[in-house]
Every structure is written in structure tokens, then in C-alpha cells.
Ligand binder design. Structure first.
Ligand code: GTP
Ligand code: MG
Length: 383
């Protein structure tokens, strides 16, 4: 069966969402960062090779690591952009949002049936999804019944915030730098959604927090994938474990990555995976095996599903497939800089019961931000 749930482009309605969401998020994120004076000394780091899991552990490898000798930034390493400059740059991306249509709807003294229809359409076009839209409108109706003179826009804001749920923990489940043995994060998603880019961006974010990182290029589907990750590794100044053989067993590379992370006493192992296989069953098997093999060395603390926001509701179908294979713990929604489909946040969280943790806002190394519910909703509403 062809893996053809790869979406086409969709018409856009809401553009501001992501950029606005970032503004609060970046601030919060930066506020929580540690100073990066020097990497944390790792006196207690285990040094021997990992115990080989009994089964499913590919002994083979032709796996290499580059750069081979360092986790320190090399000459080609770029310094992360300063928070202030990132904020200013992302602010410039704020666009229109739902604001215009909502302004028109809510400017009337009371909501007519047409207004309700228009509101429903606006939410659907933003990819909030049919059932979530129904619930949101029902929530708004009941608030208006309870408080007929209340401000419907403020009520919609409250309902949306409640729906997306600020109480969900959206931080990556990582111990403090140096506080634990390496922690694996596996990044999954269909081809082209931005997995490799996201791995690079996350690595950069973690390095800026003072964490040492190892990347594993478990996308062995094509050699260029490992090259792409290696480029990110060089940019960020972290080692990349890869196989030089196209079609090598991805679980093998992931295992070698885990071994390297343990030997180095690294804080985090980031595993990039393939999104394209001949068929869905193959993808499931491969990912399932990869996660099991990594787990034998150390259980992943996060399995991040990368979804391309421009794919709208198709992202949901992808989410379901991946959730079947691996215990997805968080969503990274990419390409929010180029789309109006920000409502997919609501739909996907509802579908998987898993929070959106990070959002991608561009192709640049610093175009990744924590997801902030209030800022996101205010962006959606054009506040
Ligand atoms: N505008 C925009 N582009 C992005 C973002 N994230 C990734 N991209 C671009 O999307 C394209 C695909 O990104 P990759 O990281 O190669 O995607 P992938 O999921 O690893 O793809 P495969 O390895 O082929 O499965 C690249 O051109 C990226 O620069 C984002 O947040 N915004
Ligand atoms: Mg890739």
C-alpha cells in the first residue's frame, strides 16, 4: 500500500497564529534557560559500551560518527540567536488571523444564526475540526446563556483556551543537564514534515541550555538524509552517529547512537527517523523496532510526532498511524509560518490526547518555539 496520506497544500485562512504564539513562548522559554558557561562536568557518566540487548539488537553497523572527537562547538558552529533578536524577528511575522472575520461577527449587538454559521465556518477553515468546533460553539452558547450581556469574544477566547488546555505539561521531559544518564528523544513523522530540521533545531535549543547532545541518523532510507543531519550536527556542534550504507537497519543506527550517548555521558540522544517507506506496515514495523531497541538501552523520554501545519486535517490521519506504532508523547507542529491551519492544534490534541509542545516557524535554526496556549489563542483571535 502506498503511503499516500501525505497531504497537499490547503487554502489558508489564519496566518498570525504561530508568530503570535511564539512571542510569549520564547519569553517563557528563555526565562527558564540555564546559563551556558560551560558544559556540566560528567564525573558519573557511564563509560563502557551499552549492554547488548538480547534480541532485535542489530550488531552490525558500519556506523560512523561525525564529528568523531567532540561535542564542543566547532568552527562551523553558529551561536544561537539572542532571545531579543529572535523575538523581534518573529514579531515581524504576525499576520492577520481569524481576527478580521471574528471582528465582523462580534461587532453586532447579538449573534444571528448567520453569525453562528459564519463562526462555525471560520473555525472549520482554521482546521479546528468538526467535533471540536461543535464543542467550542456549544461552550460559547452556554456561556452566553448564563451571561447574556457578556462579551462573546472574550467568552470565545476563554472557551478556546480551556479547549487547548493550558494545564497540559508542554515541556520536554528532560532532567536538568548532567542530572541523569542520557535521555533519548525519538522524532517521527511522514516524509517532508520537517523532522530533520526539527531535530537540528531542538539540538540547538538543548545545547544552548547547556546540554550535551548526540544525534542519530536513523533515516537510512536515503544517504542524503544522514548528510542533512550531519550538516545540522556541524552547525550545532554535536556528534552525529550514522551509517554510510543506504538502507542500513535504522534500529541499528539508533542503537549505536544510544551506545555513543551513554559512552560520552551525553545528556540527550536525538533520533531522526525516516518518514517514507514502501508501505505503512513497513513503517510501523521499522519504527516499532527502533523504539524497542532504543528502549533496551534507555527508554525514550519523548517520542515527538512532527506534523506539518499546512496539511490540515490530513495531519490527523498521520497522527493516528504514528500513535499506533509508538507512544507519542508530544507534537511538534511545523510550518506555522506559512499557513492558516493553526486550528489543527485543537484537533490533534483532542485526537491523540497529547500536547503540542513545540512549533516550527521557519526553516532557520532558531525558528522553533515552545507552544504557549494563551498567546496562541490570542493570535488565533487576532488580539
Ligand atoms: N517554512 C517552514 N519550513 C520548514 C519548517 N520546518 C521544516 N521546514 C522545511 O521543510 C522541508 C522538509 O524538512 P525536513 O526537515 O527535511 O523534513 P523531514 O520530515 O526530515 O523529511 P524526510 O526526511 O524526507 O522525511 C525543508 O525544506 C525544511 O527547511 C518550518 O517550521 N517552517
Ligand atoms: Mg528527514
Amino acid at each position: 500500500m502506498d503511503v499516500s496520506w501525505i497531504p497537499g497544500s490547503a487554502d489558508l485562512v489564519v496566518i498570525a497564529v504561530a508568530a503570535v504564539a511564539v512571542l510569549g513562548g520564547v519569553g517563557a522559554y528563555v526565562g527558564g534557560r540555564r546559563k551556558r558557561d560551560a558544559p556540566t562536568p560528567r564525573g558519573d557518566a557511564p563509560s563502557g559500551p551499552a549492554d547488548a540487548p538480547a534480541r532485535e539488537t542489530p550488531a552490525e553497523a558500519s556506523v560512523t560518527t561525525a564529528p568523531s572527537d567532540t561535542t564542543a562547538p566547532s568552527d562551523t558552529t553558529e551561536a544561537p540567536e539572542s532571545p531579543d533578536s529572535r523575538l523581534a524577528r518573529l514579531r515581524a511575522r504576525i499576520g492577520g488571523g481569524l481576527g478580521a472575520s471574528l471582528l465582523a461577527i462580534f461587532s453586532r449587538s447579538s449573534l444571528s444564526q448567520d453569525d453562528w454559521d459564519e463562526l462555525e465556518e471560520t473555525l472549520l477553515l482554521a482546521d479546528v475540526g468538526a467535533s471540536a468546533t461543535d464543542d467550542i460553539l456549544a461552550g460559547l452558547r452556554s456561556r452566553l446563556r448564563a451571561e447574556p450581556d457578556g462579551d462573546p469574544r472574550a467568552m470565545l477566547r476563554a472557551v478556546l483556551i480551556e479547549t487547548i488546555d493550558p494545564a497540559l505539561d508542554r515541556s520536554l521531559r528532560l532532567a536538568a543537564p548532567g542530572a541523569s544518564e542520557f535521555e533519548p528523544i525519538v522524532v517521527v513523522g511522514v516524509n517532508g514534515v520537517g523532522k530533520t530540521t526539527t531535530v537540528g533545531k531542538i539540538a540547538r535549543m538543548l545545547v544552548a541550555e547547556g546540554r550535551s547532545v548526540v544525534l542519530a541518523a536513523a533515516d537510512t532510507f536515503r544517504a542524503a538524509a544522514a548528510d542533512q543531519l550531519e550538516t545540522w550536527g556541524a552547525r550545532v556542534g554535536v556528534p552525529v552517529v550514522r551509517s554510510d550504507r543506504e538502507g542500513a537497519d535504522p534500529a541499528s543506527v539508533a542503537f549505536e547512537g544510544a551506545d555513543r550517548a551513554r559512552t560520552d555521558g551525553a545528556d540527550v540522544l536525538l533520533v531522526d527517523t525516516a518518514g517514507r517507506l514502501q508501505n505503512k506496515a513497513g513503517l510501523m514495523d521499522e519504527l516499532g523496532k527502533l523504539v524497542r531497541v532504543v528502549t533496551k538501552v534507555k527508554a525514550p523520554v519523548e517520542v515527538l510526532l512532527v506534523l506539518d501545519a499546512t496539511t490540515g486535517q490530513n495531519g490527523l490521519a498521520q497522527a493516528r498511524v504514528f500513535a499506533e506504532v509508538a507512544q507519542v508523547t508530544g507534537i511538534v507542529l511545523t510550518k506555522l509560518d506559512g499557513t492558516a491551519k493553526g486550528g489543527i492544534v485543537v484537533a490533534v490534541q483532542r485526537e491523540l490526547g497529547v500536547p503540542v509542545k513545540l512549533i516550527g516557524l521557519g526553516e532557520g535554526a532558531d525558528d522553533l518555539a515552545p507552544f504557549d496556549v494563551v498567546q496562541f489563542v490570542d493570535g488565533l483571535l487576532g488580539s
